[in-house]
Design a protein around this ligand. Sequence first.
Ligand SMILES: Cc1ncc(COP(=O)(O)O)c(C=O)c1O
Ligand SMILES: N[C@@H](CCCC[NH3+])C(=O)O
Length: 427
Amino acid sequence: MHHFAYRDGSLHAEGVDLRRIAAEVGTPVYVYSTATIERHYKLFAAAMKKAAGKAHVFYAMKANGNLGVLKTLGALGAGIDTVSEGEVRKALAAGIPPEKIVFSGVGKSEQELRFAVETGIYQVNIESESELDLLSKVASSLGKRQEAVFRVNPDIGAGGHAKITTGSSENKFGVSFEEVGRLYSRAANMPGVRIMGLAVHIGSQIREIDAFEAAYSKMVALVGDLKGEGHRVDRLDLGGGLGIPYDIPKTFDYGPGLIEAYAEMVGRVTKGLDVELGFEPGRLIVGNAGLLLTRVLHLNPRPTKQFLVVDAAMNDLVRPAMYEAYHEIWPVAEPAIGSPEIAYDVVGPICESGDTFTTGRALPQLKQNDLVAFMTAGAYGASMSSTYNQRLLVAEVMVKGDDYAVTRPRQSYEELIGTDRLPGWFA
Ligand SMILES: Cc1ncc(COP(=O)(O)O)c(C=O)c1O
Ligand SMILES: N[C@@H](CCCC[NH3+])C(=O)O
């Protein structure tokens, strides 16, 4: 469900005409709908609460770390799942209390762990024995005991693409299932950590409940075994990964289903377990809440193809180049019903053939300066952008009702070039 729709012949984000944003902010620009973000968060949080009683939702900031997005979610009571010191700092800057911050990731450095412990975050998700040792050393040197869980690799992977599967034993994530009991016993004698339970995350863009169910069932059995061995297991963090539709219809609502089915399964599988559940959804909250607005720079008809060159590129939205991901492309001017379509290869200005958003996509006839939107770009869009080809990081705006705010301005050339940062001997 999203709040992008045609009104008076032009695509709107909530009550704001995208032509207005393009004119006032420039293109390319990411546009987020506050109402969609809020709706998705509330739906998910309510469903998990109903299914599980004690449920904590930690929004996975990696999907979209825009400050406006974080503040919007923080105001609804969301916690945050972070994966770097930068993300922890950004969560704090957005006003998220430390006791609602989780820190995951396979390669946390000593400095990052120190910062997290000093900050007093809720939970560190430990991904290896080496990290367990380092965390205990760091925390005890600060005279603290950090609450933590073990992220377990359940050897069940899933996801929309091989590059976004994390739960297989072939993937780098987590400690292996067989090791958890031993690590728990070791950790009991360590001064700097208090192990509170387990975490799991099997991949991203997963639309089949079965894969989650298989992994969660294994985790529930593991919780039982550990408790049987006398270990304390108060928390079970079930990660994120629930997928969203990328082939969205142009209607307001595309129906319920997956969240409810997921919640029902979680409630069933964890029934009677007596642990606090945690969730780390990213894409689900923000994916359909964002689009990338871009302008047609050139049409380049060639004997076998029609190239449509737009001002956004793979540095702004890398998903098609990186995962062959599909994003709908909607012209901002509403196409007349039955208007003829042309098959376009939509490409960006970057000097790579891979800078291709789609090939042979049937779209209404477009001309120079027309605006088009890459839909479902709210997750892993701006957050994965770069300055490749010395292109400026684009602006991000958040729409709320009939108004919008620029929540990250377009990067300046001074900032990009950074001449003033060079030492004098480069004269
Ligand atoms: C540990 C962890 N939690 C949460 C997420 C968020 O995933 P998604 O955006 O698919 O919900 C990820 C990314 O896959 C992750 O690695
Ligand atoms: N960045 C990926 C998902 C990876 C999620 C992070 N573990 C995507 O755009 O689909």
